[in-house]
Design a protein around this ligand. Sequence first.
Ligand code: F6R
Length: 600
Amino acid sequence: MCGIIGYVGKKNAINILIQSLEALEYRGYDSAGIAYGTCNRIEIIKTSGKIKNLKNKINPDIHSNIGIGHTRWATHGRPNDLNAHPHKIGKFTIVHNGIIENSETLKKLLIKENYKFKSETDSEVIAGLLDKLYSEKNDILNVLKQLKKLLIGSYALGILCDDIPGTIYAVRKDSPLIIGISDEGNFIASDVPAILKYTKKYMLLRSNEIAEINDKITVYNEKLEPINKEILIFDGNLEDAEKNGFDPFMVKEIYEEPKVIKETITPLLKFGMESLNDSFPNFKKYNKIQIIGCGSAYHAGLIGKSLIEKYGDMPVSVEVASEFRYQKVFLDKKTLVILISQSGETADTMASLRKVKELNIDTLAIVNVLSSSIAREADNVVYTKAGPEISVATTKAYLAQITILSLIALDIAYCKKIINDEKANQIIKSFEDLSKIIKEMIEIDYQDIAKDLYKHQTCFYIGRGIDYALSMEGSLKLKEISYINSICYPAGELKHGTISLIEDGTPVIAVITDKKIADKTISNIKEVKSRGAFVILIINDNIKVETEVADKIIRIPTTNDFTQSIITAIPLQLIGYETAKLLGRDIDKPKNLAKSVTVE
Ligand code: F6R
C-alpha cells in the first residue's frame, strides 16, 4: 500500500528515486511523485498514473543529491495529480504510507490556524502539522516526537525540512520502513528490493525511533538519545527482484517455484523428522489450531485445515483476518494461532496477531519477508523461502505457504504417532521429489484452456474438501488478473441456487484430487454439463473418469495427500495467467490492487 523511497548521497538522487520507485511500484501504482532539493529549494514533480508518466514529466538534466519519492495506492481521495505525494506545506515536504485516522480532526484544527490544503488526502495534514509544530518549537527532533504523539493510525514517513537541507527524517508506526546504508549514500525505503541495486546493508526502523539521514545515519529513541542499531545484510540477490528476461514477474515467479519449494523444505527436512520437529513449536501442547490470513494466505490456511484435521487429528478453524479481528474469541491456552502472510505487514493479520497476543495465546507466523512486523511480533516464525515476490498476485509464496502447512500436518501426525517412521520417510521423500514434478507441470501448455475462457464474462470453479480450497485460490487468481467474474463453490452446493447461472458454454473448472469423493464431484460435473456448461477438469491420473465427462481434462501426477495440493496449484495459477495474457491485462499490476495491504 504505497511505496516510499528517499536518498541522500553523492549520486544523482533523481535517477535513484525513479529506479527505486519502479522497484516499489507493485505496492501501489495509481500515482507517483518525487521531491528533490536544489539551490536551497524543494521542487516537487508528481502525477497520476504509473511511474512512466512521472518519468515523462522529469527533465533528464535535473541533478540533486537529496530527494524523497512515492508511489501511491489511493485511500483518501481519488488518484489524481493533486492527491499524489509528495505534499508540501510551509517548510515541510512529506511522503506517507499508511492511514491517519484522526486526519479530519487535525485538519480542522490546522484550518483554524489558517493552513490551506490542496488535496483530499489524510497525508497532507502531516505536512501542515509538522509546519505548525516547528513554527512553535524550532527543534526538529522534538517536533517529530510531538508529531508521533498526535498522529493516530499507521504511517511510514519520509520528511524534508526547508531549514535543514541535506537531511531526510523518517518515522514509522505499523507501516514498514527500512534504512539502507552504502558508501555512496543512504536511503529510506518501504522494502529492501527497492534499494538492492545500490546496497544490501540495511537497518530496521522501529516504531518508537526517529531517523536522521544525511552522510551519516543517526537513530534516536523516544528520549531522543542516539542509539546503536544492528546492521542487517539482505541474503537474497538482485536477480530475485529483477525480471531476468521473464515478463511479467508473475511468470518468473511461477518458474521459480521448483527452487522455492526446495529452499523452503531443505532447512526443515535437513535431518528428516528430527529437524522438522525442531523447526516447529511442540504441537502436543495444543488441542486446537486457529489459522488466520487474508486472500491467498487464507486459502492456503484452508488447505492446512484439511490436512491437519485429516492426518493430525486436530480441529482447525480458519478465519479471514479482517473478520477475526472484530469477532468474539473463544480460544484458550491450548490453542495455537497460526498467522499466514507473504508480506508480514498485512494490517488485518497484524491486528489479529496483536489481539491474540493480548490474550496470551501462543502464535506461530508463516511469513515470507524476513524481519517483517508479523515475523517479529509472533512467538515463533517459520519462513517461506520464496524470495522477493513482486507480482501483485501471489504464486510462489502461496505455494511455499501450503508446503509449510503440509509439513505441519506431517509433524503433528508423526508426534501423535498417527504416522510411523517408515510412512513419514516416504512422505519426506515425496517432498524432495516435488521440484521435478512442479517443473513438469509448469511446462504444460495452458494456452489452449485460456482460449476457452478468455471471451467469457463469468466462470465457475468447483471442488470438494481440499479441492474446494484449491479451487478458491484458482478462482481468485483468474479474477484478480483477468477481471473475469470467477465464482468458486463447493461442488455439492451449486445446485442450492447458483446452478441457475449456468448457461450454454459457461466455463466450469472442476478440481478432483481426492479419490474418495471423486464420484461425488463427477456427479456434480454431470449436473452442470447437462445444463450446457463447458467443463475443464483438473484430475489426478489415478482417478478413472470417462472422457466425455468433461470437455477438456488436465491430468495431474498422483503423489500423496501431503504434496498433491502443491502440484495441483500450478495449473490453476497458469490458467489464470494465460487467460489474463490473452486479454492483454497488466498482469503484475492488476487494477485497484496493491501488493502489501498495510491499511485496514
Ligand atoms: C492474491 C494475493 C492476496 C494476498 C493477501 C494477503 O493473489 O496476493 O490475496 O494473499 O493480500 O497478503 P499477505 O500474504 O502479504 O498477508
